[in-house]
Design a binder for this molecule. Structure first.
Ligand SMILES: [Zn+2]
Length: 152
């Protein structure tokens, strides 16, 4: 079954879907080409891509973006950038974009890609931490200040 194969790939390549489905599947540049090639082999298409700041302590300029979940596989946490969804027609197009990503000047060194997979809407990913995830959302300092002020 395709979903089982997909869930194995998600584990193999340390992919972290944000939320319960298969959009915003965050992963490293190191794994992205092999992951997409393996998706092609099971006929799953990547139709979109968003960018997240991977905030680690050593990134002095981070966090960028709007906040997000703790990283399941690596140090630090992910913070979503507010760029619009990049849309693609086929997996080759995604690979081509990533290969040339240095041409995209708004992509910073701390950024990691997140892939949106074209699978049925009712498919849920297998990561068990989902229920707890929203208790572990991290926010940039400036947003924390904002919410604090609103509460007052
Ligand atoms: Zn950053």
């Amino acid at each position: 079954m395709i979903k089982n194969d997909l869930d194995k790939l998600i584990k193999k390549y340390k992919v972290q879907p944000v939320g319960t489905g298969y959009i915003d599947c965050i992963l490293t540049f190191e794994n992205i080409f092999d992951f997409i090639n393996d998706l092609s082999n099971i006929n799953i298409i990547v139709y979109g891509l968003t960018w997240w700041c991977h905030c680690k302590d050593q990134n002095a300029d981070c966090p960028h973006g709007m906040g997000g979940p703790k990283s399941e596989y690596y140090d630090g946490w992910f913070s979503e950038m507010w760029f619009p969804l990049l849309e693609f027609k086929c997996n080759e197009q995604v690979i081509e974009y990533i290969k040339n990503v240095s041409n995209d000047k708004k992509i910073l060194k701390c950024f990691v890609p997140a892939l949106w997979l074209d699978v049925p809407d009712n498919w849920k990913n297998e990561l068990e931490r989902i229920d707890k995830q929203f208790l572990r959302i991290y926010m940039p300092h400036y947003l924390k200040g904002l919410f604090h002020n609103i509460k007052k």
